[in-house]
Ligand binder design. Structure first.
Ligand SMILES: [Zn+2]
Ligand SMILES: [Zn+2]
Length: 823
């Protein structure tokens, strides 16, 4: 006899979930086995999130996806690596520390500022970690890392040193995106493009040596002091004759030459544009193409330099007002009009991004664009169409990646400069981690001039330089000799919003460092919207706080919302009623399991008793086998919503509504049916429920574990259902005839239920006799196999099956069969 622990009546999810979260951790079942080389590894490149406070519903969606994959693969027999790190060095942390303490980082000793950043990050990590534990993510916590720790600096800096050796890093003075508020360079990927109303100014530029003028239409008059040319389209009949003529820059007492370029759109404004260094990215292109001079108009904090003459010292917006006023006074402002324009803003602080020519460190990324596109095309993406986001982004890039930042809380660039000759000293591999702001290079003298004094680099690395080596770091690089065993990562999960950063940077870094792609597949999640379909936001009152949702409904219910809320990759709204449906499903599963555990109290699966499978046994076994195949296929394709819907519908509307109802009688009154018949019912109930628990366990791990431990721990002998073997589809158990006949029998049951419901009778109301007109002999024989079940389920005293066509009573939908119940 096996133990079948009686299950409590009530399903207490808080207790069950907390209990299993602790026990799984104790059991260590989520640990990757570094010594096991027999099982195939499956590594998930968990994106280390920016610690930003409490876990939010977007995180819940992402980690549910990762976790379903991890649990599914573990059950399939893979040695799963589900690591977790924290990407600490976000610009957002610096901004929050400044705001919370009402300071500017430049006014604070750097060490003090760093300490405050670390404190804030630690607080946020603790909050998010609590959330991840609460949602039951099967993370291997022994892998936890923080990019702000010296051990991670070492990896980031080593990658810099190696890339430098390979010729991928260079220092240069180039135009870069610049946030004047944060006073740092930022990458294209950190620039958000927003639509805004602007004002187009029509400004007269006097042509030299005549009383003619050209009218330039510009939305940025403040850049007039940096005007280096005026440009027209050479095919524009209105202006072609002015090409090569001298023209005055208004208010500036100097002249430039009018040039022609077919890029100028004759239809925009007046068809005459000013080129300034730098009003926008097009200016940069024109300056390079026509080899124009550069006037550095603004400094790092967005103030006008001496090049701006009388406007020097003003911030850009002040200069704009002054210049517009002066233009008006001088009679050079013809008119203004409102326009809708797209402007680039800093993705962290939303300040208008400027373009500044400054000395920065760059990584050569453009030469790898073809390789990135090729690799993106070679691997599966879930969903497939998302790969175009990476490909399009890669194609559109026209600048290398600027990797230096003028910030404090970040990984230092391991570089020094000789104070005598300016020689660049890059750290050797054995020196890292090292902070050149605090330590000198470990050499006697400058290799070029013999100088003994050095200046450490004060710039630091873009936070994406930390996080874009995770595929190698998770695999154990650079410490484990066997790290290639886990590389490339089996799956890189990413959000629709970070394909251009995370997926792109991972690809470019790993290709440059190792000549190999970073990952072998990509799983994309969409964003979580508010219940009204708009972006979730506290001010719109459509915000749901993840810790509250998890406390109120439990992890298993919330995870069903995440898995089932929409197709993978699409944005999904948070709907409390979806979570509530998840809860009701769990209660149903709990109740049916509790009921089954009573019916199975005397069942011993190891006892090889003779079983005589009846029609509905064969019917449900066959259907369960087909369900297994469908769910497995959906999970292989990361179609979580399809998988979870299929299992829930089957469990509720096939297993509970028909099978369990039908076999009750066989199990309660076994003596009437005979031993082998009753054994068949027990065997089928036991095995089908187990299969459903297995299929559900990646989605609702806590409740399925709890039921497993009550009913199956002895019979199945895995210490946790989470490491039980994922069922393999067995075609030998598929029985088409049984499915067809069983469908007919259950359709008859449904029709009788409908009849009772219409007559407002209780479902257990008894029926004196039922006549079934089965249209032909074969159908009558089929129905005959299920008569006992129909009678038992619907309390029918006598059933008669006639092999004749007679349209008497109720038609059983789409069967040609008619039934006539008499109460
Ligand atoms: Zn900014
Ligand atoms: Zn030197």
């Amino acid at each position: 006899m096996i133990r079948m622990k009686p299950m409590p009546k009530e399903y207490n999810f808080t207790e069950i979930e907390r209990n299993w979260q602790a026990k799984w951790e104790e059991m260590g079942i989520y640990h990757y086995d570094w010594n096991d080389k027999a099982r195939t590894p499956f590594s998930i490149d968990t994106p280390p999130p920016y610690p930003s406070g409490e876990l939010h519903m977007g995180n819940v969606l992402n980690w549910t996806y990762f976790d379903i994959v991890a649990r599914f693969k573990r059950m399939q027999g893979f040695n799963v690596l589900f690591p977790q790190g924290w990407d600490c060095h976000g610009l957002g942390i610096e901004i929050q520390v400044e705001k919370a303490r009402s300071i500017r980082k430049r006014d604070i000793p750097p060490e003090q500022f760093r300490t405050w950043c670390i404190e804030l990050v630690e607080k946020y990590i603790a909050m998010m970690k609590e959330g991840l534990l609460k949602m039951g993510a099967s993370i291997d916590w022994t892998t936890e890392y923080k990019t702000m720790n010296p051990d991670y600096w070492r990896r980031t800096q080593l990658s810099f040193v190696l890339l430098n050796k390979k010729g991928f890093m260079y220092q240069g003075t180039h135009p870069v995106n610049w946030c004047p508020r944060d006073e740092t360079a930022i990458a294209d990927a950190e620039v958000d493009h927003v639509k805004k109303e602007g004002i187009l100014h029509y400004i007269k530029f006097p042509l030299s040596g005549s009383d003619e003028h050209l009218v330039v239409a510009t939305s940025r008059p403040e850049f007039i002091p940096a005007c280096v040319t005026v440009e027209v389209n050479p095919n524009d009949e209105r202006y072609a004759r002015y090409i090569g003529r001298k023209i005055s820059v208004p208010l500036m007492n100097r002249e430039v030459i009018v040039i022609g370029d077919e890029c100028v759109d004759p239809k925009f404004g007046t068809g005459v544009v000013q080129i300034c260094t730098y009003g926008d990215k097009d200016d940069v292109k024109t300056v390079i193409k026509h080899k124009l001079p550069v006037i550095r108009l603004i400094n790092e904090s967005g103030r006008i330099t001496r090049a701006g003459c009388k406007y020097a010292g003003l911030y850009l917006n002040q200069a704009r007002a002054a210049i517009v006023a002066d233009l008006t006074t001088a009679g050079l402002l013809e008119k203004t009009e409102k326009i809708q324009q797209e402007v680039g803003v800093c993705d962290r602080c939303k300040t208008h991004v400027e373009i500044l020519e400054v000395k920065q460190w760059f990584m050569k990324t453009l030469p790898l664009s073809d390789a990135i596109i090729k690799n993106a095309n070679e691997i599966p993406w879930y969903p497939d169409y998302m790969k175009n986001r990476l490909i399009d982004w890669t194609r559109a890039l026209d600048w290398d990646w600027v990797v230096s930042r003028q910030r404090l809380f970040a990984t230092p660039i391991p570089v020094w400069y000789c104070k005598t000759c300016g020689e660049v000293i890059v750290a050797q591999e054995s020196w890292v981690p090292i902070d050149p702001r605090m330590e000198m290079p470990r050499i006697e003298k400058c290799p070029r001039c013999g100088g003994k004094e050095f200046r450490g680099e004060t710039d630091v690395l873009d936070t994406w330089m930390d996080s874009s080596i995770t595929c190698a770091v998770h695999a154990g690089w650079p410490d484990r000799e066997d790290w290639k065993h886990l590389f490339p990562a089996s799956m890189h999960p990413s959000g629709t919003d970070i394909i251009r950063t995370w997926a792109y940077y991972l690809m470019v870094r790993h290709l440059a460092l190792f000549g190999e792609r970073a990952f072998n597949s990509v799983l994309i999640n969409g964003m979580v919207l508010g219940s009204d379909g708009r972006k979730m936001s506290k001010s719109l009152k459509n915000y749901a706080a993840a810790p509250e949702v998890l406390s109120k409904h439990g992890a298993d219910a919330t995870r069903q919302w995440a898995a089932g809320g929409g197709a993978t990759g699409s944005d999904i709204p948070y709907r409390a009623q979806d979570v509530e449906y998840g809860r009701r499903f769990l209660v149903k599963l709990w109740n049916v399991s509790s009921f089954a555990s009573n019916l199975l109290a005397d069942y011993n699966p190891n006892d090889k008793a003779e079983v005589d499978l009846q029609l509905l046994d064969k019917w449900i076994i066959s259907k369960t086998e087909n369900l297994t195949q469908k769910v497995t296929e959906s999970l292989e394709k990361c179609q979580f919503n399809i998988a979870v819907e299929d299992i829930r519908n089957f469990t509720w509307h096939v297993f509970c509504d028909f099978y369990v109802e039908a076999v009750k009688d066989r199990l309660y009154r076994g003596e009437v049916y005979g031993k082998a018949n009753r054994a068949a019912a027990q065997y089928t109930l036991y095995e089908v429920l187990y299969r459903l628990l297995q299929l559900l366990s990646p989605f609702t791990p806590h409740l399925t574990e709890e039921i497993y431990q009550h009913m199956y721990i002895d019979g199945k002998a895995y210490k946790s259902i989470q490491i039980s073997q994922w069922p393999k589809f067995n075609p030998a158990l598929v029985d088409e005839a049984a499915e067809r006949d069983g469908d007919l029998v259950t359709a008859i049951m449904s029709e009788i239920r409908r009849d009772k419901a219409e007559k407002k009778m209780p479902l257990n109301a008894s029926i004196k006799n039922l006549t079934v007109y089965a249209k032909d002999r074969a159908t009558a024989v089929a129905i005959g196999q299920g008569c006992i079940d129909i009678a038992a389920t619907l309390k029918i005293e006598e059933i008669k099956v006639e092999a004749e066509v007679k349209t008497d009573g109720r038609q059983v939908a789409q069967t040609g069969v008619y039934i006539k119940p008499e109460y």
